[in-house]
Design a protein around this ligand. Structure first.
Ligand code: ADP
Ligand code: MG
Length: 226
């Protein structure tokens, strides 16, 4: 569950990146965040990752108030989030299996846990047959599926994706969105930043529109009244 209450973010330079933003996403919910460049989308994700502190307002993630969180708890908090980026950010010198296993290994997982969980996760994203491939041997859509597997391997409560299909053609973009939808149906809260009207229309999910840092729309099937 994600809840923002009257969140504003003013950068030091005086830029009002977010103004009085409020919304709630229930556990297992799926929400698109759309808006022009500069409307505050990335700032919103950085606040949720606790990379930034809001100038005012309250942010709750799974009942925890990020404003009350001691600094030493931030790494543990971040492990409850999965993050996916536009540019995949895979390790080029490691194969698919190792890219996913790496994220598990850093949490101190045993060899046995890795051998059990990584293949299961690669199966979930449809990459079982490619586990030995290196990122450069994969299509963009496949690389993003590896990145999603890596983001999910530690079983996060929340998945944040910043333009995850920005580098993909529309076929692969829809494929990735269907995968994110499946993930939310399994109980993970999914928040996806996108520019693509085509995708938003195809998926028919809740859409929160930002304009100059303010929520100007928040509704399901956003295209119906466009
Ligand atoms: P989006 O991701 O929707 O393109 P951003 O959240 O990156 O928007 O930016 C929102 C606004 O905040 C923009 O006006 C941008 O110039 C400003 N901004 C973003 N990051 C910083 C920063 N580190 N310092 C000052 N202003 C910033
Ligand atoms: Mg951005």
């Amino acid at each position: 569950m994600i809840r923002l209450s009257d969140v504003s973010m003013i950068y030091k330079a005086g830029n009002k990146a977010l103004q009085d933003v409020s919304f709630t996403v229930e556990a297992g919910g799926f929400v698109f965040i759309v808006g022009r460049s500069g409307s505050g989308k990335s700032t919103l994700l950085k606040l949720l990752l606790k990379e930034l502190e809001p100038s005012s307002g309250q942010i709750l993630v799974n009942g925890v108030d990020l404003g009350d969180m001691p600094r030493r708890h931030i790494p543990r908090y971040r492990r409850t989030l999965g993050v996916v980026f536009q540019d995949f950010r895979l390790l080029k010198d490691r194969n698919v299996f190792e890219n996913v296993a790496f994220a598990l290994r850093v949490t101190g997982a045993s060899g046995r846990q890795i051998r059990e969980r990584v293949p299961r996760m690669l199966g979930m994203v449809g990459l079982s047959s490619k586990y030995k491939a290196y990122p450069e041997q994969l299509s963009g859509g496949e690389q993003q599926r590896v990145a999603i597997a890596r983001a999910l391997i530690n079983r996060p409560d929340v998945l944040l994706a910043d333009e995850p299909t920005g580098n993909l053609d529309s076929f692969h973009a829809v494929e990735i969105m269907k995968l994110l939808e499946k993930i939310s149906q399994r109980g993970t809260t999914v928040l996806v930043v996108t520019h693509s009207h085509e995708i938003v229309e195809t998926m028919g999910k809740r859409v929160i529109t930002l304009e100059k840092g303010r929520v100007v729309r928040d509704e399901d099937c956003w295209y119906l009244d466009a």
